[in-house]
Design a protein around this ligand. Structure first.
Ligand SMILES: Cc1cc2nc3c(=O)[nH]c(=O)nc-3n(C[C@H](O)[C@H](O)[C@H](O)COP(=O)(O)OP(=O)(O)OC[C@H]3O[C@@H](n4cnc5c(N)ncnc54)[C@H](O)[C@@H]3O)c2cc1C
Length: 400
């Protein structure tokens, strides 16, 4: 990049912002990306935390298409199946009431993959740093920007200035870009939190992710390939804010005991291998995805609870769609017709997925006995009624 004109300017170099930067750069667009984090953030500083991202097969295909997958594969664990487990409580102990396993019809293709966020971020950062079409500014944010006819003029906190044909807001749920563009979003506090941590377990995970329902929210184990014997998984435990606040304040051995109780012995005896981290849950959907010469993607556009591996998958779909429109010769980069077409296409998929995840969350957290009975029956029905199962599977897999 010889001068300070760029095709695309991306605010936010998290998972989505870095993937978007690499995707556009590999397709010959010049890209500037800024993130408020310092470079050390990307150097596996979170080695001992177990926040992972489970993503579906179509997202992996896209990462492959843009040349990223070859660097991520060694850190990723394939997920062959998803086991939905419903439980019942007797004598203060959780017993399995029903369990059904969902896999691809073609078993040789995994349902998805799981990777530690720290590994993915540090690899993406390395790729972006070496890519000649990307200029990455860490420890930097946009100070101000002005929208003109043919470009957006941006001033950064490190003193640099750029003119860009397209501004992409990928700066997370509090998005500076979204707020500056005065795009509203509809938010709902779910009064739930998610606890994330790593476990070592007695039984082999056999590349199965278990989603265990009781009340308060699902307890999900997701396989990791850190040890060859299949005994390490990450966990996302969703529950009411009241319960998670109590759980996070327990001593390590008391917490481990609760984890063992909540897992319904699905993987045998569990040992905690990291401290838990807590994440407040809410849903948030932007009312617009575009403004003049600007678009928002990923958590700047939609935030959902981590159920069914949909969040990151939706973010990849945003990037895929925006890239496709940018490459379409019938549009000029960043023009309003192009952006309207992006918004129209993404709104349909986005709202469908947000609605489905919210419904699943409501069903999984219920304490109501009648709803719990319906839940078990629905899992059996879904499993036994092939057309419905297939179409839900392909929706989950992102092929619809
Ligand atoms: C506990 C938990 C578990 C999850 N698990 C899964 C899962 O298993 N599968 C799945 O599909 N999804 C999951 N998700 C959702 C998934 O993490 C997100 O959808 C995905 O990471 C997209 O994030 P993002 O890049 O938009 O946001 P972020 O990762 O938050 O990145 C935003 C970036 O913007 C930067 N930034 C913010 N403000 C500014 C600014 N003003 N200027 C410059 N930079 C800025 C931040 O530093 C950050 O790097 C999970 C979410 C949570 C909370």
């Amino acid at each position: 990049m010889k001068n300070n004109n760029t095709d695309v300017f991306i605010s936010g170099g998290g998972l989505s912002g870095l993937i978007a930067s690499i995707a556009f750069a590999k397709n010959s667009f010049s890209v500037v990306c800024v993130d408020r984090n310092k470079p050390e953030f990307y150097k596996k500083t979170e080695k001992n935390t177990f926040r992972t991202t489970a993503f579906l097969e179509p997202s992996k295909r896209f990462l492959d298409e843009i040349g990223i997958w070859q660097y991520l594969e060694k850190y990723s664990c394939p997920m062959q199946s998803l086991k939905i487990v419903d439980t019942t409580k007797s004598d203060n102990k959780l017993d399995i009431k029903t369990s059904k396993t969902f896999s691809n019809d073609n078993y040789s293709i995994p349902l998805g993959w799981n990777i530690k966020n720290s590994d993915m971020l540090s690899e993406l950062y390395k790729i972006a740093s070496k890519e000649k079409n990307i200029r990455f500014h860490s420890d930097t944010t946009i100070q101000e920007f002005e929208t003109l006819n043919d470009y957006i003029e941006l001033k950064l906190t490190d003193g640099s200035q750029y003119k860009s044909k397209l501004l992409i807001g990928s700066d997370g749920k509090e998005s500076f870009v979204r707020n500056k563009l005065k795009i509203n979003s509809i938010s709902k506090d779910l009064k739930q939190s998610a606890l994330t941590f790593g476990i070592e377990h007695e039984y082999n995970h056999e590349h199965i992710s278990n989603e265990i329902y009781s009340s308060g929210g699902p307890f999900t184990t997701v396989p990791l390939g850190i040890k060859n014997d299949g005994t390490i998984s990450s966990v996302v435990w969703m529950d009411s804010e009241n319960n998670t606040d109590k759980l996070i304040n327990l001593g390590r051995s008391e917490f481990e005991k609760k984890v063992n109780e909540r897992s319904a012995n699905i993987l045998g005896k569990l040992k905690l291998i990291s401290d838990p981290q807590i994440w407040k849950m809410h849903t948030q959907v932007a009312t617009r995805l575009i403004s003049y010469r600007a678009a928002i993607i990923a958590e700047a556009a939609h935030v959902i609870p981590p159920i069914g591996a949909q969040g990151f998958n939706m973010s990849v779909n945003d990037i895929k769609c925006l890239l496709k429109k940018s490459l379409d010769p019938s549009y000029k980069l960043g023009e309003t017709r192009m952006l309207l077409s992006y918004e129209r296409q993404r709104f349909i998929d986005m709202n469908l997925r947000v609605g489905s995840v919210n419904l699943l969350n409501r069903v999984s957290r219920t304490d109501n006995q009648i709803l719990k009975r319906i839940r078990s029956k629905s899992i059996d029905f879904l499993f036994n009624f092939k057309p419905l199962k297939s179409s839900l599977m392909s929706f989950g897999l992102g092929s619809k």
